[in-house]
Design a protein around this ligand. Structure first.
Ligand code: CP
Ligand code: NVA
Length: 305
């Protein structure tokens, strides 16, 4: 495993091994601190978009493991503008031990991986968000013991976060449903891959438009912003389409009693999720955000350890 670009690239066994390592690293951290497994290793963090969780959790993950991280802001590198992606990849590979990149165009993180001599981690692209998917899976596993047979429903835009959630569910045997408005489905290529993974794991995939039918008796309700980074000019149009897809107390009451609510954050309270739900008894939003730290430590140790 050289890179971590998508959930789709990894076998169920490798993904489960990373989750198991995340559990171990979380326990170790909570018991007083991680062993310096990445002593002397450095991570360059290339950002074309803003971030709170990804930036801070990767930086802290490297420090906790005895390594170091370097933040490179959108203005500094000018990925593909000031300098070609192939050149950035080759230059950074001589300075650091791994590169984490958050990009607009998924092709750019693929190009970085192609040209870099060091591992490349996808910290979100317009196509997927695999580090988020790993933290989501860790959160579901902590709640229910495993993903196998758990019913997970995503409500809203078929975006990058939905792709990685669908793929980790299909790989690890959770049943995945998405309810999205017409015209906002997950891209067909990602769905085709999920169907292959689901056929192997026995997971069921459901694609519908009715959010109420989608949450009936489910264990996990997941939502994300209606307008992702890079789509800002569509925000008003989307705000007119998505209100029936709000995760509010009524919708949550239609799920299983044991249901948990997840959101990758940042949340747009009053739009895709209400305060009552985000701060209510079903919410696992903050443990989920904190699990980014532990899931990413596992990815870093697998790539660099
Ligand atoms: N969920 C997530 O990736 O958050 P940031 O955009 O703050 O990194
Ligand atoms: N779908 C969101 C996720 C943010 C972490 C976006 O791409 O903006």
């Amino acid at each position: 495993m050289k890179d971590f670009i998508g959930i789709a690239d990894h076998s169920p066994a490798d993904l489960q091994a990373m989750l198991d390592l995340a559990v171990e690293l979380k326990k170790e951290h909570q018991a007083g601190g991680n062993k310096p497994r990445l002593q002397g290793k450095t991570l360059a963090m290339v950002f074309q978009k803003p971030s709170l969780r990804t930036r801070v959790s990767f930086d802290m993950a490297m420090r906790h493991l005895g390594g170091d991280a370097l933040y490179l802001s959108p203005a500094e590198i000018g990925l593909g503008q000031r300098e070609s992606i192939a050149d950035v990849a080759r230059v950074l590979s001589g300075y650091v031990d791994a590169i984490m990149a958050r990009v607009f165009d998924h092709a750019h993180v693929l190009q970085l991986a192609e040209w870099a001599g060091v591992p490349v981690i996808n910290g979100l692209s317009d196509y997927n968000h695999p580090c988020q998917g790993m933290a989501d899976a860790l959160t579901i596993q902590e709640e229910f013991g495993a993903l196998k047979g758990i019913n997970v429903t995503y409500i809203g835009d078929g975006n990058n976060v939905a792709v990685s959630l669908m793929h980790i569910c299909a790989k690890l045997g959770a049943n995945f449903t998405i309810a999205n408005p017409a015209g906002y489905a997950i891209v067909p290529g990602a769905v085709d891959l999920a169907k292959q993974f689901a056929a192997e794991s026995g997971s069921a995939l459901t694609f519908i438009e009715d959010p109420h039918a989608a949450v009936k008796n489910v264990d996990v309700i997941y939502t994300d912003t209606w307008t992702s980074m890079g789509q800002e000019e569509e925000a008003r149009k989307r705000e007119a389409v998505f209100p029936p897809y709000q995760v509010n107390p009524q919708l949550v009451s239609e799920a299983s009693k044991r249901a948990i609510v997840l959101h990758c954050l940042p949340a747009h309270r009053g739009q895709e999720i209400t305060d009552e739900v985000a701060d209510g008894p079903h919410s696992r939003l903050f443990p989920q955000a904190h699990n980014r730290l532990h899931a990413q430590k596992a990815i870093l140790v697998k790539l660099l350890g």
